[in-house]
Design a protein around this ligand. Sequence first.
Ligand SMILES: Nc1ncnc2c1ncn2[C@@H]1O[C@H](COP(=O)(O)OP(=O)(O)OP(=O)(O)O)[C@@H](O)[C@H]1O
Ligand SMILES: [Mg+2]
Length: 406
Amino acid sequence: MANQHEHLLTAIDVGSAKTCALVAEITDNGLRYRGHGVAESRGSRKGVIVDLDKAVSSIQKAVEQAEDVAGAPIEHALLGMAGAHARGFNSHGGLSFGARAREIGREELRAAVDKARAIPLPDDREILHLLPQEFILDDQTGVNDPLGMMAARLEVRVHMVTVASSALQNVVTAVNRAGVHVDDTVFEPLACADAVLRADERELGVCLADLGAGSTSIIVFQEGAVAHTGVIPVGGDHFTSDLSVGLCTPVAEAEKIKRLYGNAIVTLIPEGNEVEVPSVGDRPSRLISQRMVGEILEPRARELFEMLRDNLRHAGMFELCVGGIVLTGGGCRLPGILEIAESVLHRPLRLAWPAPLAKMPSTLAEPEFATVLGMVFYGHRARIARGIQNERWSAKLKAMFVGKGA
Ligand SMILES: Nc1ncnc2c1ncn2[C@@H]1O[C@H](COP(=O)(O)OP(=O)(O)OP(=O)(O)O)[C@@H](O)[C@H]1O
Ligand SMILES: [Mg+2]
């Protein structure tokens, strides 16, 4: 039975710092904002649930706020997956049809993709995405849609993203316990790309890095397809904890100092400025030079981008990112982050703000909401693609029944 809220699309991002639910409405003119809710994340770290009850209550809070604003219940959602347990790699598979070329139909495509995915995976891992990069028909490379074409040999190259089954199951369980059914899951950087990358960047070769709280997720596009994904186990919270230890101040105070006085490049901080630092215990607060904050943050920022560079080099992707490197996520709000990234990576860089939804409040137009916004764009695109596929398939079925063959 058709649901009266079928025109609504909800995305849930259970991040390390914040849990966010966003509701968009599908209209004839595209997507329109209906509501959102944000709660501090408790019980989840780096994409893994560490305390189920706390995670459920954060999700409930975000969902209830979003329901209030949207004026509609949230029963289903698209759920984002990320974190250090995600792995991406390339695979390929193919089949030969003998000496005579034959028409490529859905069965042939499915068989080729099955060959590409038939690699042994440890029991505790499952495939989140199987993203086709290109099809090869005999010697013809770079085919996007081979349906209906003739070939004696069909090959497919894919990028696979796998996640730890238990981590995936636990996030799904937390969302279910918050009263929401998970319709689908998406690797967050893949969705985030929909909010921040341009088509020409994806064609030319680009790396998107989402600097979150617990980790930095990366995705590389080449010729429009996903060529590489990865997760670097450093995020904004590592910067905060360095400050907390280095300045001997509680984490919450370190977070404030980072946001108010932080800079990823020491020399961008004026000499002579002083900052008050609360102490731990009942010791009095102290005055320190603001440059000291930069002295603690700069090596961490440098390390993060060196790890990013090494990850891309190791995957053979660094030289291919001619379209540059795009930074988003809450962590890229630190002043000086672009400059330090440029000095390590020597690539064109830009900070990305997400594409807005119609009627969206300006508070959402920030890099930390790029992922959840990308998720509703991705969810919308996936619905359209499913609709088209069903249409095509039913057209073929019809043709079969009137004896024309599929
Ligand atoms: N103004 C700011 N200056 C520096 N850092 C900031 C600023 N605002 C937010 N951050 C940092 O951004 C991080 C949160 O980013 P974001 O909201 O994208 O993370 P998340 O999605 O919850 O985490 P993850 O993606 O790792 O699961 C925190 O580490 C926070 O300290
Ligand atoms: Mg995030």
